[in-house]
Design a protein around this ligand. Structure first.
Ligand code: MG
Length: 274
């Protein structure tokens, strides 16, 4: 399987009393969940969502079906807990992520999304948002009532239209595509993309070759911009000799207090791409 490296960071921000985001960053599974539901609810929901993905981490042969099952398990578990624990009865969570798996000898990414956490891809210097927000303001944008830049300041910008643990069936969006050497992914909660516009996110995402440094830079920038929500980011690099075409300025590496996550195990000296 193709080799990937990654970094991650999460912070409660400058306004919220606690961090209700959760993340899982361990190849081949990368997930961000942004919980909601007051008191312990939000943190419990996002934690339960991420735990459902822990269960598929060590599968010998991970499939797209396993990812769909993890999403369903997360939804079922959150609802079951909400039913029996009044203190978390209104909880729910977003979940967005990418999972690397092999099928008939070829590698693929499966990206998925429920809610308004986001997945971006940076390749050849161009930033693309892969996921589509499940939010009221996104529906207004699609319908042409507001411009995309107005969504970030709209009074209803926090209204999410699909969540894990909500009423009705969970309906994730999925995208499947082969990995490419030099591509970099960002998975983030809305505490990042609510504070920084895409141009800034793209610049910061391209600013360091080290995914862990990049993760810290992004969180720091969101805090500098106000930090009005919990901020969670995962940066995933597909290793490869092809240049991503990015300018890579020197980065202040004097950041202490957090240990970088371990690198992905690479089964071969070089990546293989389908
Ligand atoms: Mg949030």
């Amino acid at each position: 399987m193709i080799a990937v490296t990654w970094g991650s960071a999460t912070d409660q921000g400058r306004v919220r009393a606690r961090n209700e985001d959760s993340l899982l960053a361990r190849a081949p599974v990368f997930v961000v969940a942004d919980g909601m539901g007051g008191h312990r609810g939000g943190a419990t929901a996002s934690d339960l969502a991420v735990r459902a993905f822990h269960a598929i981490l060590d599968r010998q042969k991970l499939t797209a079906r396993d990812v769909a099952t993890a999403i369903q398990t997360a939804d079922d578990t959150i609802r079951a807990r909400a039913k029996v624990d009044p203190s978390v009865s209104t909880m729910g969570t977003t979940a967005a992520g990418i999972v690397l798996f092999s099928e008939e000898g070829d590698d693929y990414w499966l990206a998925f999304n429920i809610g308004d956490s986001r997945i971006y891809r940076l390749h050849d210097g161009a930033l693309t948002q892969i996921s589509v927000d499940h939010s009221y303001v996104q529906e207004l944008v699609i319908a042409g009532f507001i411009e995309p830049h107005e969504a970030r300041t709209h009074p209803e910008r926090c209204l999410v239209t699909r969540v894990l643990g909500g009423r009705g069936d969970v309906i994730p969006d999925f995208w499947m595509f082969p990995p490419e050497p030099g591509e970099r992914f960002l998975i983030c909660s809305d505490g990042l993309c609510g504070e920084l516009d895409d141009d800034v996110i793209g610049e910061l995402l391209a600013s360091s070759p080290d995914p862990q440094d990049t993760a810290w830079l992004l969180v720091e920038a969101a805090n500098d911009a106000g930090g009005s929500d919990n901020i969670t980011v995962i940066v995933v690099d597909v290793d490869g000799s092809e240049s991503s075409g990015l300018e890579v300025p020197t980065v202040d590496r004097d950041r202490t207090g957090e240990d970088p996550l371990p690198e992905a195990a690479s089964p071969s000296p070089g990546p293989s791409v389908p």
